[in-house]
Ligand binder design. Structure first.
Ligand code: E4P
Length: 216
């Protein structure tokens, strides 16, 4: 399972990259807007930090300008993966960018049918938003299972990138279902590492060791 970090904040990315287990980054217009810096500067810095796909989202809504923006973003760095919303125009832009060998991440996916269409369009990744579905009392993880089964039925190669992750249970369930990628906020990555019994166990080991007076 690949781990991406879901942020446009380079300090958070550096922090996560230090762990040595990160495979990529996802950003979106809201995350980039929070940084208050030119998007090109942020993306270039991120691409130098992470050896893997860096999703950068277009903000145009018609397919001609989506492709134009996508080409501009892709020109910035080889790691850029163009993120497009799943709309009629987004789908067309996905087909056109795929024909140019530009990787795409189809975002704001909330139904298995949307996922089926983007796989047919040749998307590199599909991003189903589990947290936002859970927020409106719909089962986000059910969507992940449905998409994986559908893709397996037909051998689609589009990778299922679980997005809008809010807690460790989301990561656990995504892994149990065999999702290809989870894009995770830094706060949740930290939570994955934590277990109270690990802390208690370590404290006891070290206290016992101290009593021996030995060093290694
Ligand atoms: C992923 O690509 C999205 O940027 C992100 O996961 C959305 O998460 P949110 O629903 O917490 O905003």
């Amino acid at each position: 399972m690949k781990f991406f970090i879901d942020t446009a904040n380079t300090d958070e990315i550096k922090d996560a990259v230090e762990l040595g287990i990160m495979d990529g980054v996802t950003t979106n217009p809201s995350l980039v807007a929070k940084e208050n810096r030119p998007i090109e500067e942020i993306l270039l810095e991120i691409c130098e930090l992470v050896d893997g796909p860096v999703s950068a989202e277009v903000t145009a809504t018609d397919h001609v300008h989506m492709v134009e923006e996508g080409l501009k973003l892709a020109d910035l760095h080889d790691n850029i993966c163009v993120k497009l919303p799943i709309t009629r125009d987004g789908l067309k832009a996905c087909v056109e960018l795929t024909a140019e060998d530009i990787p795409t991440n189809m975002t704001l996916c909330f139904s298995p049918m949307q996922a089926l269409l983007v796989a047919k369009a040749g998307a590199t990744f599909v991003s189903p938003f589990v947290g936002r579905l859970d927020d409106i009392a719909q089962d986000g993880m059910k969507l992940i299972g449905d998409i994986i089964q559908m893709y397996n039925n037909y051998g689609f190669t589009t990778e299922v990138l679980v997005a809008s992750i809010r807690n460790p249970i989301h990561v656990y369930q995504a892994a149990m279902l065999g999702a290809d990628v989870a894009t995770i906020p830094l706060s949740v990555i930290d939570m994955l590492l934590k277990h109270p019994l690990t802390d208690i166990g370590l404290e006891k080991f070290l206290a016992d060791w101290d009593k021996t007076g030995q060093t290694i």
